[in-house]
Design a binder for this molecule. Structure first.
Ligand code: SF4
Length: 224
C-alpha cells in the first residue's frame, strides 16, 4: 500500500472556506516547492531523509517541526482511532499534498465514512478519489515558478483565493475565465494575514462579484 510522508496529524476546527466551523482532523503532508513568501508552514517545504521520525514523536511534538513520519492510509486511520479523535471530516493539507497520488488515502478514508477535503495550490494535478472535496487556493506567480494548472480548477469544489491587493483579484478573474475552470465551484476571497487593507478589499470585491468571504477564523481565536 502507498505510503505518505506526514508532517502533522491533529484534531481541530476548520477555520476557512465552505467547511468553516466543522470539527476536522488535519493530515499535513510534507513537501512543497511552490514557495509562497507569506507561507505559514515553511517547515513543510523540504523532505529531509535525515528528519524521518516516528508517528509518536510527531504527535508529541518532541522533534523539530521539519520532522515527518511515513504512513499508509490504514496506519493513519488506526492512529486516529488510537488518539480518540471524534471528528468525521478529514482535511489533507500541506505542504502541497497534490505532489503525491492521494487515491489510496482518500479512498480509504471515504470508505470508512469520513468526508474528505484536499487543500491544494492548484499547481499539481489532483489525483484522488472523485468523491473528495477539492479546495483550490491558487498560488499565482510564486518563487517556485509553478503555474496554476487547468486540471485542479476543473475538479475544484471551491476556489479560495488569497488576496492582499487588486492584482490578486485580477489573477482570480483570469483563472475563473479559463474554459477548464469549474463554473459551479464556490468562490471565496481570503485576506492574507488578516491585514486590514486586504480585508477591506476582499469585502468590497466579494460584494461586487457575489463571491464569499473566507476569514482564517482559527487565527482569531488562537487555535491551530
Ligand atoms: S503552496 Fe501552501 S505550503 Fe506551499 S508555499 Fe504556498 S502556502 Fe506554503
Amino acid at each position: 500500500m502507498q505510503t505518505y510522508k506526514i508532517n502533522e496529524v491533529f484534531q481541530s476546527i476548520q477555520g476557512e472556506g465552505a467547511f468553516t466551523g466543522v470539527p476536522s482532523v488535519f493530515i499535513r503532508i510534507q513537501g512543497c516547492p511552490v514557495g509562497c513568501s507569506w507561507c505559514d508552514t515553511k517547515h513543510t517545504w523540504t523532505v529531509d531523509p535525515e528528519l524521518k521520525t516516528s508517528s509518536a514523536a510527531v504527535l508529541a511534538k518532541s522533534e523539530p517541526d521539519e520532522c515527518w513520519f511515513e504512513a499508509t492510509a490504514l496506519d493513519l486511520i488506526s492512529l486516529m482511532e488510537t488518539e480518540g479523535y471524534k471528528a468525521r471530516h478529514i482535511i489533507i493539507t500541506g505542504g502541497e499534498p497534490c505532489m503525491y497520488d492521494l487515491t489510496s488515502l482518500t479512498s480509504a478514508l471515504l470508505d470508512q465514512g469520513f468526508s474528505v477535503q484536499i487543500e491544494t495550490s492548484g499547481t499539481f494535478e489532483v489525483i484522488a478519489d472523485p468523491r473528495t472535496w477539492v479546495t483550490v487556493s491558487p498560488k499565482v506567480g510564486m518563487q517556485g515558478g509553478y503555474a496554476v494548472l487547468d486540471q485542479p480548477l476543473n475538479v475544484a469544489s471551491e476556489i479560495k483565493h488569497p488576496v492582499a491587493m487588486q492584482k490578486h483579484v485580477d489573477d482570480l478573474k483570469a483563472l475563473l475565465a479559463r474554459p477548464a475552470c469549474n463554473s459551479n465551484a464556490l468562490v471565496y476571497l481570503q485576506p492574507i494575514s488578516q491585514q486590514t487593507r486586504a480585508t477591506e478589499l476582499a469585502v468590497a470585491q466579494c460584494i461586487d462579484n457575489n463571491w464569499r468571504l473566507s476569514l482564517q477564523t482559527h487565527k482569531f481565536i488562537g487555535i491551530e
